[in-house]
Design a binder for this molecule. Structure first.
Ligand code: HEC
Length: 135
């Protein structure tokens, strides 16, 4: 068991912060991880922010890159999320107007996450939902 834990902490050192752990610590209290649109409508009144699946999908829909390389789009969205964690603003938000009216603008998390944690969580927000489809 001890060596297993040692291995886990070694991998955290080698591969940087764990994006899902960062999400659970800093984002989950507002952004639900995964929920269908129908369920979202049902519990909308209890939500504090758009579900993370919506955030991720919305960014992917909105950010259009003409370069053929998909990784360019991924990098641009990850950079946007990293910046948004520190500097949320009405000028940059791509959320639906209705969502902003309901939730307000996200409070800045400046100083809460280090650079590695921001990179890890932003990458997680992009990659987590790559194969998720609801009908
Ligand atoms: C205190 C509640 C709260 C916390 C904590 C929070 N958010 Fe948000 N977030 C919001 C709200 C409300 C919005 C919708 C309004 C907006 O776009 O600013 C939002 C929107 C966003 C957006 C969408 C921006 C866009 O333009 O579409 C991203 C990306 C985001 N949050 C990432 C994160 C990440 C990553 C974390 C954790 C590190 C986090 N949020 C933590 C409340 C929160």
């Amino acid at each position: 068991m001890r060596s297993f834990i040692a291995l886990l902490s070694l991998s955290a050192v080698l591969f940087g912060a764990d994006g899902y752990a960062v999400y659970k610590k800093h984002c989950m209290q507002c952004h639900v991880e995964l929920i269908s649109k129908q369920e979202t409508m049902k519990i909308f009144k209890t939500l504090k922010a758009p579900p993370m699946v919506e955030v991720s999908n919305r960014l992917k829909e909105n950010v259009l890159i003409t370069d053929d390389d998909d990784d360019v789009k991924r990098r641009v969205i990850i950079a946007f999320i990293k910046d948004y964690i520190d500097n949320p603003s009405l000028d940059y938000s791509m959320c639906h107007a209705g969502a902003i009216e309901r939730f307000g603008i996200m409070p800045s998390q400046k100083g809460e996450l280090d650079a590695d944690e921001k990179e890890a969580v932003a990458t997680w927000v992009f990659d987590r939902y790559e194969d998720v489809t609801f009908d």
